[in-house]
Design a protein around this ligand. Structure first.
Ligand code: ARG
Length: 455
């Protein structure tokens, strides 16, 4: 509204199409109304506007809130952004007193405050959705706590682990995500409002009262920083990009594990689709989309870094470009967290297929090496001996346990029947006794810690 009267000419259609933000920033409306009510009440309490005007503004804004909620809010052609739309409508409702609302406020501190409130709400929302998904994963980990499966490095079978252990890995990733979003909520907990356009305002406002009414824990110390700052948006976008990256790895594993080749799991019909041409197919689309969404969130983060870098203080219209990446990341992340939760609640694992893959004796190679280490051989040397055994077995298509005593003796005289015992009972899983390792006792301990962290 600043000085449109300066202009004799109507704004060019092309300018409006580029400049207007109402098509997306309407999503800030609940925060804008809350903010305006708190601001009006403060103006009245401070005697900056008459008390009855404060009351009229509040009632008018309540009506605006109702209209927005019911979808009856009449957007007008000239509404540039949500802030101007609300003030315009308020003035239609309460008359010229509506023009008092913008006393001691600029759209610069107003928009920063709306966005901070939006980010805080959605960061708290992410904390809750992540808790739900992590709980589902912990439940599945508990259910499959001691189901052996191969663990992979380089996508090659490496060492066996329990499925419970593998699923818990995602719980810890999500717990870190949750901590990141909690930090985002805190970063968005400092109120810009009261900074005015950039230098402060010409009235004795009570910023702390407004902050308390709006649930902010602090007020921005510096009016220039207050209107220039979008760190909290970057923080949200960064946390969302990292969380989506975690979900993409989860999705990728479910896609792989759902293949005929792996056969480790099957997603429920509710989270899969069929093929329009191949009746036998069941595609894990949800998992594939979890895999694919992450780069889009990274793109949103990169886009806002691009906007903010090198941007002179204070407010620049460039910063209007914070909103679409933010909204898109919120929508996408919330969708993905819920989809991951739904899919994981109903996924079924195949104990047989997992166990068959985990029974690959070559997965015990490290354990055989450690057997030699316990008998006094340096690990590096033991590694070489076992490599020789593996080469020997592979050369004629045998399993390690098919090697003869002579084969063993040819590599080291330290190898005796213990070698066959070790391969026989799959004890190599239970031998991972170190803290954070895959033995059942350690996984139980870990699960209890994860549960405690989630509670
Ligand atoms: N729609 C604008 C934005 O999102 C609101 C702030 C406009 N401020 C200004 N000085 N033109 O950034």
């Amino acid at each position: 509204m600043s000085g449109r009267s300066r202009f004799g000419e109507a704004r060019h259609e092309g300018f409006r199409a580029l400049n207007d933000s109402i098509s997306f920033d309407w999503r800030l409306s609940p925060y804008d109304v809350d903010q305006s009510i708190a601001h009006a009440e403060m103006l009245a309490a401070q005697g900056i506007i008459p008390a009855q005007d404060g009351e009229r503004l509040r009632r008018g804004l309540e009506q605006v809130r109702r209209e927005l909620g019911e979808g009856s809010f009449p957007f007008a052609d000239g509404d540039e952004d949500i802030h101007m739309a609300i003030e315009r409508r308020l003035t239609e409702i309460v008359g010229p007193v509506g023009g008092r609302l913008h006393t001691a406020r600029s759209r610069n501190d107003q928009v920063a405050t709306d966005v901070a409130m939006f980010v805080r709400a959605h960061a708290q929302d992410a904390v809750e959705r992540i808790r739900r998904l992590a709980t589902t994963l912990a439940d599945q980990a508990e259910r499959h706590l001691d189901w052996p499966m191969p663990g992979y490095t380089h996508m090659q079978r490496a060492q066996p682990v329990y499925l419970g252990h593998h699923l818990l890995a995602y719980v810890w990733m999500l717990l870190r995500d949750r901590a990141r979003f909690a930090a985002v909520a805190e970063a968005a907990g400092t109120m810009p409002l009261g900074a005015g356009a950039l230098a402060g305002v010409n009235f004795d406002t009570d910023r702390r009262a407004v902050a308390a009414a709006l649930g902010f824990s602090a007020v921005a110390e510096n009016s220039i920083d207050a209107v220039s700052n979008r760190d909290f948006v970057l923080d949200y976008l960064a946390a969302a990009a990292t969380c989506a990256t975690h979900l993409s790895r989860l999705g990728a594993e479910i896609v792989l594990w759902s293949t005929e080749e792996y056969g480790f799991c099957e997603v429920s019909d509710a989270w899969a689709s069929g093929s329009s041409i191949m009746p036998q197919k069941k595609n894990p689309d949800a998992a594939e989309l979890l895999r694919a969404k992450a780069p889009r969130l990274v793109g949103n983060l990169t886009a806002l870094y691009g906007v903010m870098h090198g941007l002179p203080l204070t407010y620049n219209k460039d910063m209007q470009e914070d909103k679409e990446p933010l909204f898109d990341s919120c929508d996408t992340l919330e969708l993905c967290l819920d989809a991951a939760d739904g899919m994981l609640q109903t996924i079924r694992f195949s104990r047989e297929r997992l166990a068959a893959a985990a029974a690959d004796q070559f997965l015990a190679a490290t354990d055989v090496a450690d057997l030699l280490v316990r008998r006094g051989m340096p690990f590096r040397e033991a590694h070489g001996i076992v490599a020789g055994l593996v080469r020997r077995a592979l050369a004629d298509g045998r399993r390690l346990s098919d090697l003869t005593r002579e084969d063993l003796a040819a590599q080291s005289e330290l190898l005796d029947d213990e070698f066959y015992r070790l391969l026989g009972d799959g004890a190599w899983l239970e031998s991972k006794v170190s803290e954070g390792g895959t033995s059942v006792a350690r996984v139980r301990e870990q699960l209890a810690r994860a549960r405690a962290a989630l509670a």
